[in-house]
Design a protein around this ligand. Structure first.
Ligand code: LMR
Length: 395
């Protein structure tokens, strides 16, 4: 029976990252998968996380299962991170959260909740979106419709197109939004535009599902969550998929949370119970290590301060790399790449053709997705000249 199954194509991101890893060209530049890399090309462990890990190693006495909803320090800390330390919604009991295996686990649990409330519900996704969104949410049985989001001509949000498309979203629908640092295009909504989406959600009744995987990597922890918070303050219900992969560097620890905003404390509690039952059917209990570390960083004021300053430094470095790349590209081509500086987070589309992206990897060992999405955080002072020159060559 099993031999009827065919080999499937490699994942468009992870498959390419594996090819890049195997490339022995010492000049190679790997801008595929979204991980932060420092000047030396290393994806570092945060100092605050290392210290939390040292404490955990010293005090850990058991490897018994985690509670189904996860580590309490983590779930309480991540709610506050996303919704604000002094969130009235949290104080009113309208928020609940379950720890999940990464942001992907949060998306999956969110999809389970949506499907339990309305089987086969329609989810509006941005065009473009992270390529895993549709298979991940679709595996539960949800249906999809795209809304226009990105204008490749001027490298900015096509807000008129977005509003025109979402005018057809109904009270039965979910609208998936990127909380900040849009993946793959890096073009984010302004706060004013978030306000328009909130108006539409209020009027039309659709429910937002906000994926916030990069909080702190765009304009800092608070500003990156401002749009999401605006929705939460105005709307009766919302789902959030949050991740500690990037902003705490816990990629491989699979540390995330599905956060639910209910109409009242009872419905927040009901959503958590639904999520716990859904998780039991998919993976039973969440993994411990990353969430315990993140929980310590949330709960301990001095670890928290160290972590925030490390994250702030990363954020500033990414924004600095954006400016440097614009300047280097201006030295090799007349094409205007200034949009890279206006975009946020790890990703930007360079606006190259698929053929040019393939030439870059085959002739120059410069790896980006076929869409010409680059991970800006993979650029450093040793590879930036070669990168710019190679792009100049294929242009
Ligand atoms: C990316 O988009 O590169 C990251 O979110 C990693 C992933 O899982 O695809």
């Amino acid at each position: 029976m099993l031999d009827t199954l065919q080999r499937l194509p490699d994942d468009p991101i992870l498959g390419l990252a594996a090819i890049a890893r195997a490339d022995e060209n010492p000049d190679k530049v790997d801008l595929t998968v979204g991980i932060y890399q420092d000047e030396t090309g290393l994806c570092p462990v945060f100092k605050a996380i290392s210290e939390a890990q040292r404490q955990l190693t010293a005090e850990e006495t058991t490897k018994a299962y985690m509670p189904p909803a996860g580590d309490a320090n983590f779930t309480s800390g991540i709610q506050k991170l996303v919704l604000g330390d002094n969130s009235a919604l949290i104080a009113d009991g309208r928020v609940s959260a379950i720890q999940t295996p990464g942001g992907c686990g949060a998306l999956r649990i969110g999809a389970e909740i949506i499907n339990a409330a309305k089987p086969g519900a329609r989810v509006w996704v941005s065009d473009p979106t992270w390529p895993v969104h549709i298979p991940l949410l679709g595996s539960v049985g949800l249906q999809f419709q795209t809304y226009r989001y990105y204008n490749p001509e001027d490298h900015s949000v096509n807000f008129d197109g977005m509003v025109a498309d979402l005018a057809a979203a109904t009270a039965e629908d979910i609208v998936l939004l990127h909380g900040c640092c849009h993946n793959p295009c890096g073009a984010d909504l302004s706060l004013e535009q978030w306000g328009v989406i909130a108006d539409m959600a209020e009027k039309q009744g659709f429910t937002p599902f906000v994926d916030i995987a990069y909080q702190g990597m765009g304009d800092g922890l608070e500003r990156d969550a401002a749009g999401l918070r605006l929705l939460a303050e105005r709307l009766p219900e919302m789902l959030v998929a949050a991740s500690a992969s990037k902003n705490m560097g816990l990629y491989r620890e699979r540390t995330g949370a599905a956060i639910f905003l209910g109409k009242n404390a009872d419905s927040a509690g009901a959503l958590l119970s639904q999520a716990t039952v859904a998780a039991r059917k998919v993976y039973s209990m969440p993994p411990a290590h990353g969430a315990i570390l993140a929980g310590k960083v949330f709960a301990d004021a001095s670890l928290n301060a160290v972590w925030k300053s490390e994250l702030e430094e990363m954020c500033q470095r990414i924004n600095g790399l954006r400016s440097q790349l614009v300047a280097k590209l201006a030295g090799v081509t007349d094409r205007d790449f200034s949009f890279i500086e206006r975009e946020k987070g790890m990703f930007s589309f360079l606006g190259l053709s698929e053929e040019q992206a393939i030439r870059l990897r085959e002739e120059f060992s410069v790896y980006m997705l076929n869409s010409s999405r680059i991970n800006v955080a993979g650029v450093n002072s040793s590879n930036i000249d070669y990168l710019a020159q190679s792009i100049g060559n294929v242009l």
